[in-house]
Design a protein around this ligand. Structure first.
Ligand SMILES: Cc1cc2nc3c(=O)[nH]c(=O)nc-3n(C[C@H](O)[C@H](O)[C@H](O)COP(=O)(O)OP(=O)(O)OC[C@H]3O[C@@H](n4cnc5c(N)ncnc54)[C@H](O)[C@@H]3O)c2cc1C
Length: 328
């Protein structure tokens, strides 16, 4: 049985920074993620967007930040197990056993849960349409902005993703229309106001009725949900940002104390299970902010306390990395 010191479930920004810190502390580390590449939401949901609130980076593309985090995590050569969805976490003697959907068993002394919002599954449209258009004309995330250059784009949704894409594509696309079923936006107010300046055709109280086309999408029918009045739009591409499917019920079966859709932790990032820590979007505590910066700090805290769990004589404080001489 090959027992790792720490296994990090989730290779998003929190898990990757946790892996770096675990390496820094000399822990034998493994990272497991269901996705084929690391980066979590940065890679899966908004790789082409700029992030401005990460320490030391005035402006960085999400995909570049994910790449840097991956490189930093890889510095101490952790084991990466990608494309594996963790289904079970259970005690095995003094250690923890982790089982994944590819029938793999992993053994570890401690665990850092950095699951984010779960396996990042965007909510799908609940109308019938030709699914051959998915990833060609209908997008649940944007991996390549250039695909939308000169196109007539319809964006569905009223959250940050929808509004941010509307603003971004107003420069690149031929025409951008955003429909939202309410007149209240979940997106930040400044972005909503920017959308009006950017000449995005914003249609509130509108929903999608059908998508038309043969080989590719050529148009849509939308309707006013107050009157039922329908309208046809010429559209080449749709971006659907109507939220995510969150199913974290399986965590309860692991015996974890939950606070709605997050795992309750204390100031050491300890969960109620000994040797199991949580950090990042998945962790709930009173001062919670769901940000890349705070996730990184929580990962560092969790890993340093995991060190003392594995070896009670170890110090919590890791020392200063500037005292090291790493060949990078
Ligand atoms: C459009 C958008 C823009 C944003 N912009 C910013 C910004 O500008 N600044 C900022 O600070 N934050 C921003 N955020 C929020 C930020 O992305 C999150 O706070 C951050 O990604 C959380 O990191 P995480 O590692 O905790 O979780 P995630 O990034 O969600 O990573 C979790 C990982 O765990 C994996 N996973 C989940 N369940 C399992 C399982 N059962 N088995 C195996 N793997 C699993 C997932 O596949 C995923 O890779 C933005 C979010 C969105 C959606």
């Amino acid at each position: 049985m090959d027992v790792y010191d720490i296994t990090i479930i989730g290779g998003g920004p929190t898990g990757l920074f946790g892996a770096f810190y675990a390496g820094l502390r000399g822990l034998r580390t493994k990272i497991i993620d269901v996705l084929p590449e690391v980066g979590g939401q940065l890679t899966a949901l908004y790789p082409e967007k700029y992030v401005y609130d990460v320490a030391g980076h005035p402006k960085i593309l999400a995909k570049d930040l994910a790449k840097n985090l991956g490189l930093q995590a890889a510095l101490f050569k952790p084991a990466f197990c990608l494309g594996e969805k963790v289904s079970t976490l259970q005690k095995s003697g003094d250690n923890w056993q982790i089982i994944t959907d590819v029938s793999s068993e992993h053994y570890t002394k401690s665990v850092l849960l950095a699951l984010g919002a779960g396996a990042c599954v965007p909510k799908k449209l609940d109308i019938d349409y030709n699914h051959e258009w998915d990833a060609e004309c209908i997008f649940y995330s944007v991996k390549n902005k250039e695909r939308f250059r000169g196109k007539n784009v319809l964006i569905v949704g009223g959250g940050d993703s929808a509004v941010d894409w509307a603003n971004e594509f107003s420069q690149l696309a031929n025409k951008v229309t955003l429909i939202h079923r309410r007149d209240q936006f979940r997106a930040v107010q400044t972005s909503v106001e920017e959308m009006r300046v950017n000449k995005v055709d914003v249609k509130t109280f509108y929903e999608l009725k059908s998508i038309e086309g043969t080989d590719k999408v050529t148009g849509v029918t939308i309707f006013d949900n107050r009157t039922g009045k329908e309208e046809q739009l010429q559209v080449d591409a749709l971006i659907i940002n109507i939220g995510f499917v969150i199913n974290l019920d399986f965590l309860k079966s692991w015996g974890l104390k939950m606070d709605v859709n997050a795992i309750t932790v204390n100031e050491k990032m300890e969960t109620n299970l000994p040797g199991v820590y949580a950090a990042g979007d998945i962790a709930a505590h009173q001062a919670k902010l769901k940000l890349i910066a705070t996730g990184a700090a929580e990962a560092a805290t969790g890993v340093n306390f995991a060190c003392t769990y594995i070896n009670p004589t170890a110090k919590v404080f890791p020392g200063h990395s500037s005292n090291l001489n790493l060949s990078i």
